[in-house]
Write a protein of this length. Structure first.
Length: 436
């Protein structure tokens, strides 16, 4: 499930309860694991809606925009679930928005919205399973310690002794004057990155910033290659706090190769479940700033990217030398050989450990099945070719040989702006909106 493009321009006055949407992927950012279209006209939609009465100190335009989003989502919910005309529910939602500046989704709406957000994620190849997403409704949870505890419970339930369950935990939403909690880690489980005096990095270079923040908050770390980072949670309007992950809550897989005995001596490992935690969930204009979710891994996410990328663990040169490959010229295709063996080792290791994982060839076929199902339902499936096509053996997969329509559609997941993810962004964004 991947990042999504910004849905409104930077200078737009459309705000979702004070939190502005993200504006595209951060430079150099990566994303793993695996209803506003391009023809949307805000003015046209507002023309057919009654204007909300102006209240003292109220931004009626922002509230009307919220109702436009709510109307689209509630109508979609009633249509796809054959729940009858949405008129009564829409009147209820309008009254709630007028009275409080937001509205509360029913449990059924939340479950449907979270699943459709996965269905709409243009950069996820694994959407065939979108209906299987388990939704943990924790909207009453706002305290940082409770968010951390529920996140640990999410890890345990999603891991399921290796039989990975697609799952999302939805915490308290943003509301006027009351921002919801936020998890600042990109994933619930990640390895620390430590910069040494000579500029090299021990651990995962991708996590240098969050490691520094954890250090600033009092976490000492261990300066190892695979030190699990603590959770950093920000309760709405409060200071950021650290929360250690219990050792038995994180299942890790040591990476072995089915033929190369020396591979085990590389000391590589990876965690079982990729739980994305730094994106917010937008359902019908309501923003859930903390909604960690997961599918299961595809082998290339770990082998080609996490362990193989030069900006990550950069293991291809190490593996190539152990294989006796000549690395002095790219023409020997040593990288291709090494990355294949690394992906094979990941698949072998997860399989031997009884942990769910897929390969890029199988998942490519399943994605085309998903496209066919969506077409039969009369829906157009958004897809970003650059993310759907796997990073290894690309042209040997069927997803390589076609084009896709890449567009933004809500409900959906959006990454918190990178420049604000590690600082109290909620209040600053709200203040900026009120000041404008």
């Amino acid at each position: 499930m991947g990042l999504n493009r910004g849905r409104i321009p930077r200078d737009s006055h459309w705000r979702i309860l004070g939190r502005r949407r993200g504006y595209g992927p951060e430079p150099g950012g990566t994303f793993q694991a695996c209803p506003v279209g391009d023809d949307f006209s805000l003015e046209a939609d507002l023309d057919i809606l009654p204007i909300i009465r102006s209240l003292p100190g109220d931004d009626s335009f922002a509230l009307e925009c919220l109702f436009v989003s709510a109307e689209r989502f509630i109508t979609l919910f009633h249509t796809e679930n054959q729940a009858g005309p949405p008129d009564q529910r829409l009147r209820q939602v309008r009254r709630e928005i007028e009275a409080t500046g937001t509205y509360w989704h029913t449990a059924a709406e939340l479950e449907f919205g979270a699943r459709v957000a996965w269905r709409n994620s243009a950069k996820c190849i694994g959407r065939l399973y979108w209906r299987s997403l388990r939704v943990r409704d924790r909207r009453e949870v706002t305290a940082a310690a409770d968010v951390a505890a529920e996140s640990v419970m999410h890890l345990r339930e999603a891991t399921n002794e290796g039989r990975i369950r697609p799952m999302i935990t939805v915490f308290a939403p943003d509301a006027p004057g009351r921002p919801g909690p936020q998890i600042l880690n990109p994933q619930l489980v990640q390895y620390a990155g430590y910069e040494t005096a000579d500029g090299s990095v021990i651990g995962d270079p991708q996590n240098l910033d969050v490691t520094r923040l954890a250090n600033d908050l009092g976490w000492l770390g261990g300066a190892g290659r695979f030190d699990k980072l603590p959770l950093i949670v920000q309760e709405g309007g409060a200071a950021r706090t650290l929360h250690l992950l219990p050792a038995d809550a994180v299942l890790e897989v040591p990476i072995r190769h089915p033929e190369f005995d020396w591979f085990a001596r590389l000391g590589l490992r990876w965690y079982a479940v990729p739980v994305i935690s730094d994106m917010y969930l937008d359902i019908g204009g309501v923003c859930y700033p903390a909604a960690p979710f997961n599918g299961w891994y595809m082998c290339t996410e770990i082998g080609s990217r996490d362990l193989g990328d030069t900006g990550r663990y950069n293991q291809l040169p190490v593996i190539a030398r152990r294989m006796g490959l000549a690395t002095d010229s790219d023409r020997t295709l040593w990288k291709d050989k090494a990355i294949t063996e690394l992906n094979l080792a990941v698949l072998h290791s997860y399989g031997a450990a009884g942990v769910t994982i897929s390969d890029h060839h199988t998942e490519s076929v399943r994605f085309l099945q998903h496209l066919e199902r969506e077409e039969r339902q009369g829906r157009v499936c958004p897809a970003d070719w650059t993310w759907i096509v796997p990073p290894a053996a690309s042209s040997s997969t069927p997803v390589f040989h076609r084009y896709y329509q890449d567009f933004d559609q809500a409900p959906n997941f959006y990454r918190h702006p990178a420049s604000e993810r590690l600082k109290p962004a909620c209040l600053q964004q709200r203040q900026a909106g009120q000041g404008g």
